[in-house]
Design a protein around this ligand. Structure first.
Ligand code: NAD
Length: 332
């Protein structure tokens, strides 16, 4: 039996992670879940939003399924997600964005992969006030981290039969920092002659994505642009409830959705658990349980395409529970 850390998280986290755990069981895979608290829940229990016990659990088990956690805006503790990614050196954030048949969205057959650098850029957290008149944040881009993420993107493309990698930057303005990111991606590209390489300035990419997303295949971006573009891409296929993600490092991986803790709908039983269920499928792939992972993906596609149950964000009226039960029935 596999042992995996389960982090229910805040807001809708416990609702969507419970749904993901159910579909894994319905697919016939037994997992020994080691529960770890993070976020507001952990702050109340342990006095810190990122307890050492939680980090130790992920380190030991190598894999975690994680619900979103709340980060106070403009005040309070530092992002738990950023802290976790840095503590475990989860340097790559992989977000496959795929259209679902049956979901009304501006485009059909979008099939993009966002590869976001996860450890530096403005998220390094080097920020300070200058008196009470200004504030300064430092954008850190290193050759080492840029090279690592570029090679991750090319390797992913190679292994998943993708054709093209596009590096995204603002090197026309940020000539040194984004310039280094771009130069490093260009250098890595030379080692992958079978993968087409191009680059795009971030603002032009955003316009292009909402006009012609089919032009792109694998996108590789520094941390901040990757964060923003992931949500934009989620919008292309019908919303945040549908896009999974994985934070991957040399020692293991943490699977979590692109979406946050959605405090506006927390506790109402109406959250869409699809993204977390797709995270569960990505986890099963990593555990070598690829048949069960495929079953889950097919079950989700069937329930959505045939509109057997749809949550409100997808235009339906089903609850998280009704949707989850429909997927479990479709799997077995
Ligand atoms: P959010 O993603 O939580 O919500 C944005 C909108 O999308 C809301 O209207 C919400 O109801 C909707 N939504 C999100 N997920 C949904 C789902 N599964 N089903 C149906 N609707 C869904 O973004 P936010 O409101 O900007 O952030 C809320 C909190 O989450 C913040 O504290 C933020 O820091 C945190 N956050 C955490 C993570 C993470 O833990 N990985 C990621 C992003 C944001």
């Amino acid at each position: 039996m596999h042992t995996v850390t389960l982090i229910p998280g805040d807001g809708i986290g416990p609702e969507v992670t419970a749904a993901a755990v159910e579909v894994i069981a319905a697919a016939g895979i037994k997992i020994n879940w080691e529960i770890a608290d993070m976020g507001i829940t952990a702050l109340e229990k342990y006095g810190t939003p990122l307890p050492d016990e939680a980090i130790a659990s992920v380190k030991k088990n190598k894999f975690a399924l994680k619900g979103p956690v709340t980060t106070p805006v403009g005040k309070g503790f530092r992002s738990v997600n950023v802290g976790l990614r840095q503590a475990l050196n989860l340097y790559a954030n992989l977000r496959p964005v795929k259209s679902f048949p049956g979901i009304p969205s501006p485009f059909s057959s979008v099939d993009l992969v966002v590869v976001r650098e996860n450890t530096e850029d403005l998220y390094a957290g080097v920020e300070h006030n200058i008196g009470n008149v200004a504030a300064e944040a430092v954008k850190i881009i290193t050759k080492e981290a840029s090279n690592r993420i570029a090679r991750f993107a090319f390797q992913y493309a190679l292994e998943h039969r993708r054709k093209k990698v596009t590096a995204v930057h603002k090197a026309n303005i940020l000539k040194l920092s984004d310039g280094l990111f771009l130069n490093t991606c260009q250098a890595a590209a030379r080692d992958y002659p079978d993968i087409e390489f191009s680059d795009r300035i971030i603002d032009a990419l955003c316009m292009d994505l909402v006009l012609a997303p089919h032009k792109y295949d694998v996108l590789v971006l520094p941390n901040l642009y990757g964060d923003i573009v992931s949500d934009l891409c989620a919008g292309l296929v019908g919303g945040l409830g549908l896009v999974p993600g994985a934070n991957i490092g040399t020692e293991g991986a943490v699977f979590e959705a692109v979406h946050g803790s959605a405090p506006d709908i927390a506790g109402k039983g109406i959250a869409n658990p699809t993204a977390l269920m797709l995270c569960a499928a990505m986890l099963l792939d990593q555990l070598g349980e690829t048949t069960a992972a495929e079953k889950i993906r097919r079950g989700i596609e069937q329930v959505i395409e045939e509109k057997i149950a749809l949550t409100r964000d997808l235009g339906g009226s089903s609850s998280t529970r009704e949707f989850t039960e429909a997927i479990c029935r479709a799997i077995v």
